[in-house]
Design a protein. Structure first.
Length: 233
């Protein structure tokens, strides 16, 4: 009433002004209350052991918790039933024959099973560290060129002078035991291609079939057709 009489305001205008003043006061109180400083709790100290992430064994990309890399997966050795292989050792050894060996055995193990090589035999062209395959034949002391097989060939390889008198029958060249010089005697195979065949044999653990000869660099369909009847695994 005093403001109305003093300022000459109507009741409706005075009510509107009162509502505006009350709203401004409420807004100011809420603003200052929300902007007041509040206490903040300090974070707990973290130890170095908790900071290091823990990983399960074998889940760190092939490295275990001891820092030792896992062994790289490789092709399993070619073996027969029960982890055994059977090889034929012939040529200039003390006891030629067929011998069962453990899967993953090498040429040196086959020679040892056959009683060792004879005195004076040159083993320059024989890779004694090569891994053997089931059903493979190891010929020791075979002359360069196409190897001798069969009854006459076996006598020529092991009998020395007796075999030299009779002309041995020639047979396929073994891709798993022939040297570079022996492979070089094949038609269409030079020293470079012969070395490619030996390199493929070393990298893949030998030839399991004559058809794998197609995978050697430098051997096409025509050359494979010429070599197929002249070689064997």
């Amino acid at each position: 009433m005093w403001l109305q009489l003093r300022c000459g305001l109507e009741p409706r205008t005075l009510a509107a002004l009162t509502v505006v003043l009350v709203a401004a006061a409420v807004f100011a109180v809420v603003h200052f209350w929300s902007a007041r400083p509040q206490p903040v709790r300090a974070p707990d100290p973290v130890s170095e052991a908790a900071q290091a992430p823990e990983s399960a064994p074998g889940t760190d990309r092939g490295v275990d918790r001891a820092g030792t890399p896992d062994p790289s997966p490789g092709p399993p050795p070619s073996g027969g039933p029960g982890g055994r292989i059977v090889v034929d050792v012939s040529g200039k050894v003390r006891r030629p024959g067929i011998y069962p060996l453990a899967s993953g055995a090498r040429v040196a193990d086959a020679l040892r099973a056959a009683g060792g090589v004879r005195t004076g035999v040159d083993l320059t062209g024989l890779n004694r560290a090569r891994v053997l395959m089931d059903g493979e034949q190891v010929v020791v002391g075979a002359p360069p060129g196409p190897q001798a097989f069969g009854a006459a060939g076996g006598a020529a390889a092991a009998g020395g002078a007796a075999g030299a008198g009779a002309g041995p029958a020639t047979g396929p060249v073994s891709l798993n035991s022939a040297t570079v010089e022996q492979l070089d005697t094949l038609p269409g195979v030079g020293p470079v291609l012969a070395q490619h065949i030996v390199d493929y044999r070393t990298q893949h653990g030998g030839f399991r079939s004559v058809g794998e000869l197609r995978e050697v660099n430098g051997i096409g369909d025509r050359r494979f057709a010429d070599l197929q009847p002249l070689v064997r695994p």
